[in-house]
Design a protein. Structure first.
Length: 228
């Protein structure tokens, strides 16, 4: 096959303790998946229907790289999240089989242009410009399920310049990993290479150029980076 232009670069993440990398097809995100975060944002927790949005695959920032402060905002916010990487997919995947699709886990940041999000909300407009911008998805190396299992309880946290900003237990998620995969697969056909950002706890706040971030999913993954 000959392409009319050079084929795009395939974004990827490192796999811990392995030379191979995990290629990224799509990035799915769930909003308001921790009740305390929904409360701080002035939103109700919807326990019957999750709220999803997406980021482009090339929004990934891998290998503890520098994170570019985006244009068109004066209020960039951090949201630390557990990441789920899929090795299998499908449509309408039953919850009891959903974890069979998981390749591994990591930790990342769902960066948000909060001022653009607030403006979009006020007008009833989509959030794409607030969520799906360049370098909006820093992510750690992935740990295989074979090495870490499927965590039910794990502390997730974020420090900025050594100051603790966010922390929770992933057990506090409104929708757990199996439920998220099931609900996503009712709306899209999932496939190998998909990433799922599973929501953030309370404590979101602004980032500035020069800030250093350190995200942890205890016992599983860590991410370090600098806002430039």
């Amino acid at each position: 096959m000959t392409f009319a232009i050079p084929a795009p670069f395939v974004p990827s993440l490192p796999v811990a303790d392995d030379d191979m990398r995990f290629p990224i097809r799509r990035i799915y995100c769930i909003g308001r998946n921790y009740a305390d975060h929904a409360k701080e944002m002035g939103a109700a927790v919807e326990r019957s229907q999750p709220m999803f949005f997406m980021k482009p695959a090339d929004a990934i920032v891998a290998d503890d790289g520098d994170i570019a402060y985006p244009p068109a905002t004066a209020d960039l916010h951090h949201e630390v999240e557990m990441i789920v990487a899929l090795a299998r997919g499908g449509h309408d995947i039953p919850s009891e089989h959903a974890l069979d699709c998981v390749f591994g886990y990591g930790v990342g940041l769902d960066l948000t242009r909060r001022d653009l999000q607030a403006a979009a909300k006020a007008k009833g407009h989509p959030w794409d410009a607030a969520k799906a911008f360049d370098a909006s998805a820093p992510a750690s190396a992935l740990r295989r399920v074979a090495d870490v299992g499927h965590p039910r309880h794990a502390r997730i946290s974020l420090e900025v310049n050594g100051e603790l900003r966010q922390q929770a237990d992933i057990a506090d998620m409104v929708f757990d990993v199996a439920a998220i995969i099931h609900e996503l697969s009712r709306l899209w056909t999932l496939a190998p290479g998909d990433l799922v950002y599973t929501g953030t706890p309370a404590g979101v706040a602004a980032l500035h150029r020069g800030d250093r971030v350190h995200a942890r999913l205890e016992g599983i993954a860590e991410l370090a980076g600098r806002i430039v």
